[in-house]
Design a protein around this ligand. Structure first.
Ligand code: SF4
Length: 317
C-alpha cells in the first residue's frame, strides 16, 4: 500500500546540486521520498522524508518547468533527474508525470541523465530510444541475488527486470551504464558474486559501470536494524563498520561513516578486476571516496562541452 501526497512546488524546478559530480547539470526533483524504500537509502535522513511507502509528488513540475524555461534566455543542454526521487517509482502518477516531462524536454532538444532502480514502462523505453542521443541512463543494480534485492530494495524492479531494461536500452542505442552502489560489505562483495555480476552486465551489452560502497548515517543504521530480519546478515554487515572512518561527502558537506579506506580499497580492487575480466570499465564514486579516488564516476553522464554551458547553468540557477 503506497501513499502519494500531491503538492505544489514551493521552490524552482531546476536547481543546482551540492554534490560535486552533479553540479555540472541543473537537477530536477520530482518527489520527496521514494517508493522503492531501499533500506540503505540516504533519503531516509532528509528533513522532508515523508516515511516508508509515502511520497510527496510535485504535481505541477511540468507546468513550472515550462514557465522557467520560457523565462530563460537560453536553455540548459541537459538536465539531471535527482537520484533521491527516482523517475520510475511504482505509482502511475509518478510514471505518467515522468513520461510527460521527458517528452517535453526532448521536444525542447534538452538532454536528460538519470539513475533508476525502477521498472521503466514500455512506452517510456520507446521514448528514450527514439531520443537516444539526448539520453544518458544509469541503471542501479547492486546484486543479482533476488533475495538480497527483495530485502534491501523491497519495491524496486527485480534484478532480472533491470538487466532486461539495460539490454533494451543499449540495443536501442541509448548510452547506458550500470551502477553498483551501494556494495554491501560481506554480502555482495565476494569475488565469485562480482564475477557473475559483471558477466551478466557484459551479456546485456554494458561497457561502463560505476560503484560505491555503503556508507552509514544514523537514519540508515536505524533503517537497517529495523528492516533486516536476518540478524546474522545484519550483524555481518554492520560488523564491517567497526573501526569506521568519519568522512565528508565531497561538495555536499554531509558527514558520513565510511568503511575504512583499507577495506574500500580492497573492495574496489576486487570490483575492478571482475569488471576488467568482462571488458567493463569501472569508475569509483569519488564524492564518497575523496580519500582514495580521483576523477568522477560520471553520474550525470558525459556530454560534449559547449563553451556557453557555464552561462547556461548560471541562468537556470
Ligand atoms: S531507488 Fe534510490 S532514492 Fe529510491 S529508495 Fe532506493 S536508493 Fe533511495
Amino acid at each position: 500500500m503506497v501513499t502519494v501526497i500531491r503538492a505544489k512546488r514551493r521552490s524552482r524546478v531546476l536547481t543546482s546540486s551540492g554534490l560535486a559530480c552533479l553540479s555540472v547539470l541543473p537537477t530536477i526533483n520530482l518527489t520527496a521520498g521514494c517508493l522503492h524504500d531501499c533500506v540503505y537509502c540516504y533519503v531516509r535522513g532528509y528533513r522532508n522524508y515523508p516515511g516508508e511507502s509515502r511520497i510527496v509528488l510535485y504535481e505541477d513540475t511540468l507546468e513550472r518547468l515550462r514557465q522557467e524555461l520560457g523565462r530563460s534566455r537560453t536553455k540548459p543542454h541537459a538536465v539531471y533527474f535527482s537520484p533521491s526521487s527516482d523517475l520510475f517509482q511504482p505509482a502511475d502518477e509518478v510514471l505518467d508525470l515522468s513520461h510527460a516531462i521527458l517528452a517535453f524536454l526532448f521536444r525542447q532538444g534538452i538532454g536528460v541523465a538519470f539513475l533508476t532502480k525502477g521498472g521503466i514502462p514500455e512506452r517510456t523505453i520507446r521514448l528514450l530510444i527514439d531520443h537516444a542521443q539526448l539520453v544518458r541512463a544509469q541503471i542501479g543494480l547492486i546484486t543479482l541475488d533476488e533475495e538480497i534485492s527483495q530485502v534491501f530494495e523491497p519495491h524496486a524492479a527485480s534484478p532480472r527486470t533491470r538487466l532486461a531494461q539495460m539490454r533494451a536500452l543499449i540495443s536501442g542505442g541509448v548510452p547506458t551504464e550500470a551502477r553498483l552502489d551501494p556494495i554491501l560489505p560481506t554480502l555482495t562483495d565476494k569475488p565469485v558474486e562480482l564475477d557473475r555480476h559483471f558477466a551478466a552486465l557484459a551479456q546485456v551489452g554494458v561497457k561502463r559501470a560505476a560503484a560505491g560502497v555503503l556508507f552509514l548515517r544514523s537514519a540508515i543504521r536505524r533503517s537497517l536494524e529495523k528492516n533486516i530480519a536476518d540478524r546474522e546478515k545484519l550483524a555481518s554487515l554492520l560488523g564491517a563498520y567497526r573501526g569506521e572512518e568519519q568522512a565528508v561527502m565531497r561538495g555536499a558537506k554531509i558527514a558520513i561513516q565510511n568503511l575504512t579506506s583499507k577495506r574500500r580499497r580492497e573492495i574496489f580492487a576486487r570490483l575492478k578486476a571482475a569488471a576488467e575480466a568482462h571488458g567493463i570499465e569501472l569508475s569509483v564514486c569519488v564524492c564518497k571516496n575523496a580519500d582514495i579516488a580521483r576523477g568522477s564516476c560520471y553520474i550525470a553522464g558525459t556530454w560534449a562541452r559547449r563553451s556557453s554551458d557555464a552561462v547556461q547553468l548560471a541562468l537556470v540557477k
